[in-house]
Design a protein around this ligand. Structure first.
Ligand SMILES: Nc1ncnc2c1ncn2[C@@H]1O[C@H](COP(=O)(O)OP(=O)(O)OP(=O)(O)O)[C@@H](O)[C@H]1O
Ligand SMILES: [Mg+2]
Length: 471
């Protein structure tokens, strides 16, 4: 964090100082919530969790060099005591970003936030020092912690905002008010909790409502290809910039194709020029993510050429998202087990089909969570799509949802051993270990709660063992 005195922090969060002999002492290190991350000069935020109470660690963190603890009760060591630590953390983030004058870019959407945030970060980083959300820390705690990691040098702060209900994004946007707000898509992620796509659109659109007007530099970057996102243009005073493959998009892709390795290539068109992109990431869903990143970067003054180069060189910063491993024995494992929803399942299956030309393809799929009433139909549709894309083998892993997947494939014409249902990850590993052969491509994907990355990891390791055994 930028250096701030304990007195200034206490004032910013409306807290009382306790056991602080000298309130002019400065916090010079990071703000952390995990006691193991404390370094000299840190501010330790003590949260009360279900199993552990951060306050119990107060003496240890001060011993380790923390300047003070942000706490909800006195702890016998230097502390700023507040009613609610989470609210105080938010207030501190707001204070710090207001002081810094950094340009804030916030993004939300149903699928692809982290992937796109990582792309934006890699593009903007080429222009000026950029700080971004690590991994998927997109909630009311992760977001302020990320904002607080910005320094005096930080020109761009890129923040992922997640929503599980109405009002969430509005709250996050008040803590760290963005100048540029990007909405990727309105899909079916968390639809069970929201109640429907219109409600999801209502919640995501809070981001563009929070932007400053166009005269003050506010820009709403909206997906022209998604009608519910496109319609958000009427909810903002900011300048509207559209991205997508539609003709009306300001930043668009033409001649979109997947290379035979499953990597997207396209020609990037911006209002100030065109340039060709061939991505290192896998799957056509990244075209939309790349266009979104390009629109943000263009708005911040980068040329089409600079953006295209950055997008072509960008790698994956977050794990288990179309993470491709070539095994020494010629089997390719695609670990996309971080999460799944119907949109990302379709994109991943299409990438598998592109990568698998002339090779045997396996889709090892598990349930997509939180689909409410649409769960049966969506699992059935994914099973059918796997068959239509000519995926050679479908392995559906887990409970009832997996059986709907397998049944969808069966009803689409995938009989016999082409589609199977196994009870759990271990059964999938056993099956694949015995069946995989040189040249096969395996996609592993399901919702986070299924934890199918264990399958992908076991398969990656199997290849290494095989190689050792063969030698
Ligand atoms: N534009 C997109 N459309 C559909 N699926 C996508 C898109 N971009 C990424 N995905 C897929 O969605 C899944 C989640 O990706 P990512 O982590 O980027 O999304 P997220 O919105 O950050 O998710 P979360 O809500 O869990 O934070 C991955 O499996 C990825 O392959
Ligand atoms: Mg995420």
């Amino acid at each position: 964090m930028i250096a701030l005195s304990l007195a200034e922090i206490a004032a910013a969060v409306g807290g009382q100082t306790h056991d602080i002999p000298d309130s002019s002492v400065q916090v010079t290190g990071p703000v952390v919530r995990d006691s193991r991350e404390v370094v000299p000069g840190s501010l330790f935020a003590a949260f009360v969790g279900e199993r552990v109470d951060g306050h119990d660690y107060a003496p240890a963190v001060v011993e380790a060099g923390a300047a003070a603890v942000l706490a909800s009760r006195p702890v016998g060591v230097p502390a700023i005591v507040v009613d609610d630590v989470q609210t105080a953390l938010g207030a501190l983030a707001r204070h710090v970003v207001a002081r810094l004058g950094t340009t804030l870019v916030a993004l939300t959407g149903s699928a692809g936030k982290t992937s796109t945030k990582d792309l934006i970060a890699q593009v903007l980083q080429r222009k000026a020092p950029t700080v971004w959300t690590p991994g998927s820390l997109n909630n009311e705690i992760g977001l302020p912690l990320t904002a607080l990691s910005a320094t005096e040098e930080t020109r761009f702060l890129v923040l992922e905002m997640g929503a599980r209900g109405i009002g969430h994004i509005r709250y996050l946007a008040e803590l760290t008010p963005p100048k540029i707000g990007l909405v990727l898509n309105v899909g079916t992620a968390h639809i069970g909790e929201f109640g429907g796509r219109e409600q999801i659109a209502q919640a995501k659109g809070e981001l563009v409502e929070a932007l400053p007007p166009a005269e003050e530099g506010g820009a709403a970057i909206l997906n022209a290809d998604d009608p519910l996102v496109r319609a958000m243009a009427s909810r903002t005073k900011a300048k509207v910039v559209l991205f997508g493959e539609s003709d009306e998009a300001d930043v668009r892709a033409e001649n979109v194709r997947l290379t035979d390795t499953g990597q997207p290539a396209f020609s990037l068109h911006t209002p100030s020029g065109c340039s060709d992109v061939t991505m290192r990431l896998y799957g056509e869903h990244h075209v939309s993510n790349a266009l979104a990143a390009a629109a943000v970067a263009h708005e911040l003054g980068m040329s089409a050429e600079e953006i295209a180069t950055a997008l072509s060189e960008a790698g994956s910063l977050s794990r288990w998202r179309m993470e491709v491993t070539e095994r020494p024995d010629g089997v390719t494992i695609v670990n996309d087990a971080y999460n799944a929803n119907p949109e990302s399942m379709r994109a991943a299956l299409r990438a598998l089909a592109a990568m698998g030309q002339g090779r045997r393809t396996w889709a090892v799929l598990g349930k997509m969570a939180e689909l409410g009433d649409e769960a049966l139909a969506e699992h059935d549709a994914v099973g059918r799509l796997a068959v239509r894309l000519n995926v050679s083998k479908l392995v559906a892993v887990g409970g009832i949802e997996a059986s709907w997947l397998q049944l969808g494939a069966y009803n689409e014409g995938s009989w016999g051993e082409e589609s199977v249902h196994v009870s759990d990850a271990q059964a999938a590993i056993d099956l694949l270990r015995s069946e995989l052969r040189t040249g096969d491509v395996v996609l592993v994907k399901a919702s986070r709660s299924v934890g199918l990355e264990s399958v992908a990891q076991a398969l990656v390791e199997t290849g290494t063992e095989g190689e050792v055994a063969a030698r």
